[in-house]
Design a protein around this ligand. Sequence first.
Ligand SMILES: [Zn+2]
Length: 315
Amino acid sequence: MAGFELQPTQSLGRCPLCQHRILLPYGSAWEFGIRWRYRLCTYCGLVFQSPRLTEAQSAEFYQTHYWAAHVGLEKPDEAIITYQKRRAEHLLSLVPHEGVIHRLMDVGSATGVALEAARQMLGCEVVGIEPSDSFRAYGQKQGLDMHPSLEAWGEQGGRVDLVMMSHVLEHLPDPVAYLTRLRREVLTPEGYILIEVPNVLAQLCYEAPHLICFSPRTLRAVFEQSGFRLVKLKVHAQPRQDRYRSRPLYIAALGQITPGLPAPLLSRAPLVSEVIQRQYHLLRGTVGSRNPLPRRIGKRIKAVGRQIRKALNRE
Ligand SMILES: [Zn+2]
């Protein structure tokens, strides 16, 4: 990481989804020699990184270091391409097939594997947005229409019927603002978004570039806050189902712009049960699905529940 100082300095005093101010410490990860900390909003249940990198630092991180430092690859290889293809095909299976999608955009399209899959499965025109120079060049060599940013693509104009984002939304500082922008500037009037993110209820999502860790409920709230009705939502372990069959590692969701959608009321989460559910899935993963949970683990789950209840009572 020569020439780049990673130092997360931007602290969030409010929840980026509901603006609530009462936040609990909620897990952390150790990466690049830095402890990355997460907070839980005690109102809506969103889990998010704070403090985090500033937007300028973050841009530099992705442009030059992300694939090399985080994934360990500077250029695409066969294994990652096969993995991305299976992931894309599974996600695209959520899309209605009755000829409603004429043009599709994949944001964070990497090598363009999902674009190829979409072209074959939906028979539509495709366009990719990918900031990494080497990945974009790879896709362009395959004859794919790919651009470094929405701004660069926007110069040629036009609208798309579906924007797909696979494992991208959790990297964005303000998901509601981004989805709102897609609705206003990129999508056709009744266009779709197709999103996949890690499920914080079933796995440790804490990684330096993960700014938000979604549960099915908080992902739905982000859709509705951005003007999209949730059409389908599926939790699953694809394409790692061989190893993690019973664990809902990922959330795949399809949303559609719905004009006149009433402003949603973000309700106080059934937070205690959600947090306990999360602990349960995580510990189940450690213990294995057939073995009984040891008593000390049951005690730990109860302790987390007590911590949340105490925070709620303080307000
Ligand atoms: Zn909140």
